[in-house]
Design a protein. Structure first.
Length: 157
């Protein structure tokens, strides 16, 4: 599988809905359009489901073989969601002494891709209890931290 689609494949549909909801409308509609998911039509006398069926259809299409071509939009979905997770980003950057402004930095953070297992475990032990297993896994996998999913899963509840 290809990054970042592999992250989306592994998250729950509910978390995908949360991630999707924080993205700008232009990004959401571009993804619907590119994957051929039409807008829902309202039926007289029935309440609209607020697009949840449409979002679920998008999730299903995105994780299908056809959707795996949408790497750029998947990356943007995740990046926009991570922007709302600034406390977690701040904690990770603080842990490594990276200067930042509320979780955002101009410094090179490619070192995350080279972290050794003990450092990954240490970071997971810091982040998971405070921010939750699934958000931390998404974040570290987005940064391409080696063994991130396994390290997060190994943290005791």
């Amino acid at each position: 599988m290809t990054w970042p689609i592999d992250i989306i494949v592994d998250i729950s549909p509910e978390k995908f809905g949360e991630i999707f909801a924080v993205n700008p409308r232009s990004v959401r509609e571009a993804l619907f359009s590119r994957l051929g998911i039409k807008a829902q039509t309202r039926r007289i006398g029935l309440r609209a489901s607020k697009g949840s069926d449409r979002v679920r259809a998008l999730y299903d299409r995105l994780i299908s073989d056809a959707g795996k071509m949408e790497r750029d939009l998947a990356s943007e979905l995740l990046r926009n969601w991570l922007f709302t997770q600034r406390a977690m980003l701040s904690d990770a950057l603080d842990h490594f002494g990276v200067k930042h402004d509320n979780g955002l930095t101009d410094q090179d953070i490619d070192f995350f891709e080279q972290l050794e297992a003990p450092k990954v475990t240490e970071l997971c032990q810091l982040l998971v209890p405070k921010h939750g297993r699934e958000p931390v896994s998404i974040y570290l996998r987005y940064l391409k931290v080696p063994g991130a999913a396994e390290a997060v899963a190994a943290i005791a509840d």
